[in-house]
Design a protein around this ligand. Sequence first.
Ligand code: PLP
Length: 391
Amino acid sequence: MNPLYFDNNATTRVAPEVLEAMLPYFTEYYGNPSSMHTFGGTVGRQINDARTKLADLLGASPEEIVFTSCGSESDNTAIMAALRSNPEKKHIITSRVEHPAVKNLCEYLAKTGYRVTFVPVDHKGRLDMEYLIRHLTDDTAIASFMWANNETGVIFPIDDLAGILSERGIIFHTDAVQAVGKVPIDVKKTRIDMLSLSGHKLHAPKGIGALYVRKGTKFSPFLIGGHQEKGRRGGTENVASIIGLGRASDFVAAHMTEENTRIKSLRDKLETQLVQKIPNALVNGDTDNRLPNTSSIAFEFVEGESILLMMNEFGICASSGSACTSGSLEPSHVLRAMGVPFTAAHGTIRFSLSIYNTEPEIDLIVEKLPPIIARLRTMSPFWKDTCGHTA
Ligand code: PLP
């Protein structure tokens, strides 16, 4: 059975044109880009070509791009670089809804002598800007706020944040892993110091990421080793994947308009029809300001995991909460931070689309899901008790 793949915030399909661009770097051009010979040097030039393509996607200069192994490494590198470059400063500010790559690192740092402020969000997942401003101090070494939330798609006010932070001379890192390729980004217009991204969220393979580091930003490497990436990240380059990320940058740039029109309208159709057909279905997050591909819907009084299992029988792939938290029955920290009630958080499903999704797939989900929820609710004593409904 071909999957009906609606889990693109977890990972995306490698685009065929991306794979095609990568293949020669396994078979033909296998030289080490650091080698003195022409065979390796050719590969080095192709890496720089990929760097330019990625830089163009962000409005950056090629020298401002550091290739890493994933979004998590980029996040860790950015935060640790800011702390190491400003050893006298001991305060970090971030939000309560960050991905574990930022959240768990900050919690770890809080145990090792740093003071961390986790800025709250409201019931729609919007950042409390007044709280944030009140908690900035001369001791703040770094502010790390995600561009777009992986679970709800809610977009933070990055321009406003950049303005506030640069005025105070605070290093601003944004985890843009979910935003790159889905919404336009131009680091020339917005004063971001560091920006993380990950290849597998934009139709490149898993195991490749990048960090944008604005020219002039004090930096120290996270992975200490050879002179690769101008000494900013040791380790022989993941050549084929870097080539893939370069090709994927062109690919998502070419599809950006489609992302914001066709995919958005498919997402809206899915969401509207599910909410119409299923009682007690609520959309999580700020629907006026979110990624065009993401829909987080709470089906009250059922278990998200049970919904996933039953959808799986029809080949429908989605997530409950974020992929990184599934496997644990704790409601996601994002929905908890938004104050989503327990009975809704537990029944939340995230659908995340890509350019490969089609209208017939939407129609199939809209046909299959309402009876699944109805069936699960007949087994839920809580549903009967709370709502007085029975099968
Ligand atoms: N940041 C966000 C917002 C994410 O959604 C993810 C992955 O889901 C990451 C960071 C981590 O990226 P990676 O899987 O490449 O380490």
